[in-house]
Design a protein around this ligand. Structure first.
Ligand code: UDP
Ligand code: MG
Length: 318
């Protein structure tokens, strides 16, 4: 018997939240592209707790095309959760994610597929070189965001958060996307050990129906998320290396200060120790140093009992 799982070449994962108007057009467009190129495909539509008719539309579409599958989440968990759920389900060798709002063009799929299968990329991110979003609230902040992320993470992409991306299946099976981490999937993939990350200039279009689901809060949340993934990936498994070093250093500084003050009191007999501002600095440094050290210690205990403490990705084994 032929294993159907291995036959699917492309899985298209589409998270959606209140996008009823766009879905029929989008799925029809994808089907057309797939049929033209003779791809065996599946489309996974993840309804992220929509309050409009999206799920009805998904059901109708799925009934009309056996390649279309739907998942309905019980409430709105956010784009990351929707993507993550989709990634659990995918079977195709190549996984393409795209937004449901018709801003990303399915015509890019064949080329992205080729980049993964023939050019050896693990992940290819779309680059909306010419963007059709409002200049002030999206384009400018996005430039700043991209350059900060590039510098902090070392992943050199022009457009980290483009919804249109292609992955080798192993990548999406290896990573976990939660919170608002969908913005940093390339960073997460790089840290999981997938080095061949590329980008492709893609056509971007105006939102055809409905409204954007991300407001200004995305700047604050996005920045905090970047800091946490940087931290988790660098020190998540060895918190003592950060907190222990800082703590010991601070404690040592405090101790030296206290030593010097004690020396000055007994041998130079000039001051009452507590009259000198330096005394408080030394005290503070010792207290903070101890606390940081203990934080590292607690972190170490937590990471020791974390269920993924011995989770490695093996690339090859002979
Ligand atoms: N989305 C989602 N859950 C959410 C918010 C958004 O699944 O909580 C989907 C949304 O339906 C769309 C994609 O994520 O398919 C990108 O959202 P949007 O187009 O609003 O973002 P923008 O293009 O404005 O950055
Ligand atoms: Mg959009």
């Amino acid at each position: 018997m032929v294993d159907l799982k291995n036959q699917i070449q492309i899985s298209v994962v589409i998270p959606l939240f209140n996008e009823e108007e766009s879905l029929p057009e989008l799925c029809e467009w994808i089907r057309k592209v797939m049929d033209e190129h003779g791809f065996v495909y599946e489309i996974i539509l993840i309804d992220d707790g929509s309050s409009d008719n999206s799920w009805q539309v998904v059901k109708t579409l799925s009934a009309g095309n056996s390649s279309i599958k739907g998942i309905k989440l019980r409430r709105n968990y956010g784009k990351s959760a929707a993507l993550n759920r989709g990634f659990e389900k995918v079977q195709g060798k190549v996984v393409i994610t795209m937004d449901a709002d018709l801003q990303d063009s399915p015509d890019e799929i064949p080329e992205l597929y080729k980049m993964i299968t023939e050019e050896g990329y693990d992940l290819v991110s779309g680059w909306k070189k010419k963007r059709y979003d409002s200049r002030l609230t999206k384009n400018l902040p996005s430039k700043i965001y991209n350059s900060v992320t590039k510098r902090m993470s070392g992943v050199k992409l022009h457009d980290m958060n483009c919804g249109l991306k292609a992955y080798r299946r192993e990548v999406v099976k290896a990573i976990e996307v939660y919170g608002e981490m969908h913005r940093y999937i390339p960073v997460i993939a790089k840290w999981a050990g997938f080095r061949n990350i590329g980008e492709k200039v893609v056509v971007h279009r105006k939102r055809q129906y409905g409204v954007t689901k991300f407001g200004w809060e995305r700047f604050i949340n996005g920045f905090l998320d970047l800091i946490s993934i940087m931290f988790v990936s660098r020190f998540g498994r060895k918190p003592m290396h950060l907190f222990g070093t800082l703590g010991s250093l601070l404690f040592a500084i405090g101790f030296l200060i206290a030593g010097y003050l004690a020396y000055a009191k007994f041998f130079l007999a000039e001051y009452k120790m507590t009259d000198r501002p330096l005394f408080y600095l030394g005290l503070l440094a010792m207290v903070l140093g101890t606390q940081l050290f203990l934080t590292g210690f607690l972190g170490e205990m937590i990471s020791r009992s974390a269920s993924d403490r011995n989770h490695y990705l093996v690339e090859e084994e002979l």
